[in-house]
Design a protein around this ligand. Structure first.
Ligand SMILES: [Zn+2]
Ligand SMILES: [Zn+2]
Length: 268
């Protein structure tokens, strides 16, 4: 595959981006991407501001479908969404994913126990290890409550927000719970993504860490999408040039794209 497809991209339909869709698509064309999937935030019941990460889905489809047509074979535009999972939202999500004809759905954990780990207050008075372990346990709970998504987003991204910068994240400390998450995803026929925003945040690794990617492959995981999690045009396909070698060293031979929720495999 020449230019890898970016399958985690935000636009002004997300509460934390003001990038017009067209700007993102133009950037994709100028980078030589042949495929992009727009995956704006849909986080029901976001703490303190329940409407912040919601968008008008009909308008979303109408805008994206017109771009799909306008770009034609120049750029394959797929319509996705990043759903913010919380266990009590399972019924809402079950209806949501059936109601609209998405190509691709990322399930992500942005909120744990009705709070966002992005804020330092989430970590106050707790050991970072305890917070991270609890985050992984909540991912498992989410998967077991609702699994009609295609991939789980940025599995260990909580480490980006640890306010104690001297804390060293050792993925080995959580392998028991992570193994359970990965096994459950694989059993349910679901994939994960490699999210390069970890590089952008200066972590020196993608999310999840290479070791977790490798473990997923060892356990039989095959569905893997690539995402920059870009909120601005300059973030698109961030550090994607690192991916072929990195993923091959983790045992992957294929990357996945989706069309109408069906995986398509491409040789790396
Ligand atoms: Zn996310
Ligand atoms: Zn995102």
């Amino acid at each position: 595959m020449q230019q890898l497809p970016d399958y985690h991209v935000h636009t002004c339909f997300s509460g934390d981006s003001d990038t017009p869709v067209k700007k993102m698509l133009e950037q994709a064309v100028s980078l030589g991407l042949s495929e992009i999937c727009i995956t704006d935030h849909m986080d029901y019941d976001y703490p303190d501001d329940p409407d912040l990460f919601l968008f008008d889905v009909r308008e979303y489809f109408s805008v994206l479908n017109s771009f799909k047509e306008a770009y034609g074979t120049r750029l394959s535009v797929k319509i996705g969404v990043e759903l913010g999972l919380q266990p009590h939202l399972a019924d809402i999500h079950r209806k949501f994913v059936i109601e609209y004809p998405f190509d691709f759905i990322i399930g992500s954990s942005h909120v744990v126990d009705k709070a966002d780990p992005y804020y330092p207050s989430f970590w106050e008075g707790k050991k970072p290890e305890t917070v991270i372990r609890h985050y992984f346990a909540s991912i498992l709970e989410n998967i077991n409550t609702f699994s009609d998504f295609d991939v789980y987003g940025h599995l260990d991204y909580i480490v980006r927000y640890c306010p104690d910068k001297s804390f060293v994240y050792r993925y080995e400390d959580y392998m028991d719970i992570l193994d359970e998450c990965l096994r459950t995803l694989i059993e349910k026929g679901k994939g994960i993504e490699v999210n390069t925003a970890g590089f952008k945040y200066g972590l020196g690794h993608p999310n999840p860490h290479e070791t977790i990617l490798k473990r997923y492959r060892e356990l039989g995981g095959e569905i893997l999408t690539l995402g920059s999690d870009g909120h601005k045009p300059e973030h698109l396909a961030w550090d994607f040039e690192k991916l072929p070698e990195l993923l091959k060293s983790c045992g992957f031979q294929y990357v996945t794209t989706f069309e109408k929720r069906k995986p398509v495999f491409h040789t790396l």
